[in-house]
Design a protein around this ligand. Structure first.
Ligand code: ADE
Length: 240
C-alpha cells in the first residue's frame, strides 16, 4: 500500500508473532507483502491505515524492518510494541513503559573516548521519541489499561536477554534506563535517520534479574494483552 501525499500511515513493529498476531487478526482488508523474510500486513486497523509486521528478534532485524517500512510503505511514524524487562523497582510486571528516548546499551566505543552507548560520529547518545505520540499513548493507556502503571523513561536496547542483577545494575547506573529489550533503539535510530517520529511501547514481562527467565515465561501473555489494548487505542486515535 503506497501512501498518498498528506495521508498518515502508522508502521507497527513487534519482534515476535505473539506481539503482533492479535493486531493482525483485527485488521480489515489486509494485504500481505513478504520482504527480507518479514510479512508486512498493510490495511486498516480501527479504521485507520497501518502496516503491522513481525521483525524478528534483535537490533539488526528491527533496523531492516524499519527501513522497509520507510522505503516501501512510506510510513509517517513507527511504533514499536512488545515486552521488556523492568530496570526500576517501582515499575512492575504488567506495567507499561513508553519511551522518552532510546539507546543501544551494547554499543561500546569506550576505547576511543566515547561514552558507553554512543555510536561513534553520531550527534546524539539517545534517540528522542516523539512527544505527541508519547502523550497520545499515555492518555490511551490510562483509558484502556486503568489497572496498571504507565511509566515514561529511557529504553535501553541490546542483543541480549538481560537476566542478571549485575548487568541490570550496570544498565541502571550507566544509562538510567527504565526498561530493557532487544529492538527499540534500533527502530529509534532508523526513525531518527529517516526523520520520522517514533515511540517504543513496552509491557513489562520480567525484572531483568536472576528470575527474569522464569518470570518472562509466566507473565509474557498478560503483558502482551496490555500492549495490544494500548496499540488498538493508539491506532484508532493516531489520525485524528
Ligand atoms: N524482553 C523482555 N524481557 C527482556 C529482558 N530481560 N532482556 C531483554 N529483552 C527482554
Amino acid at each position: 500500500m503506497r501512501r498518498k501525499k498528506g495521508e498518515r500511515m502508522l508502521g507497527i513493529i513487534g519482534a515476535m508473532d505473539e506481539e503482533v498476531a492479535k493486531l493482525q487478526e483485527k485488521m480489515a482488508d489486509a494485504a500481505i507483502v513478504e520482504k527480507a523474510g518479514m510479512k508486512f500486513f498493510s490495511g486498516k486497523l480501527m479504521g485507520n491505515d497501518v502496516v503491522v509486521v513481525r521483525s524478528g528478534i534483535g537490533k539488526v532485524n528491527a533496523a531492516i524492518c524499519s527501513q522497509i517500512l520507510v522505503d516501501e510503505f512510506h510510513v509517517s511514524a513507527i511504533v514499536n510494541t512488545g515486552i521488556a524487562g523492568s530496570l526500576r523497582s517501582e515499575i512492575n510486571i504488567g506495567d507499561i513503559v513508553l519511551s522518552t528516548d532510546a539507546l543501544q546499551h551494547d554499543m561500546d566505543a569506550v576505547a576511543f573516548g566515547y561514552p558507553a552507548g554512543q555510536i561513534p560520529r553520531m550527534d546524539v547518545l539517545a534517540f528522542p521519541a516523539d512527544k505527541a505520540l508519547l502523550e497520545l499513548a499515555e492518555a490511551c493507556c490510562h483509558e484502556v489499561n486503568p489497572e496498571i502503571g504507565v511509566w515514561t523513561g529511557r529504553v535501553v536496547s541490546g542483543d541480549q536477554f538481560v537476566s542478571s542483577k549485575e548487568k541490570k545494575n550496570w544498565l541502571v547506573e550507566t544509562f538510567g534506563g527504565s526498561c530493557t529489550e532487544m529492538e527499540g533503539a534500533a527502530i529509534a535510530q532508523a526513525a531518527y535517520q529517516n526523520k520520522i517520529p517514533y515511540l517504543v511501547v513496552r509491557a513489562i514481562s520480567d525484572k531483568a534479574d536472576d528470575s527474569a527467565n522464569m518470570d518472562y515465561q509466566e507473565f509474557e501473555a498478560a503483558a502482551i494483552t496490555h500492549s495490544v489494548k494500548l496499540l488498538l487505542a493508539l491506532a484508532e486515535r493516531f489520525h485524528s
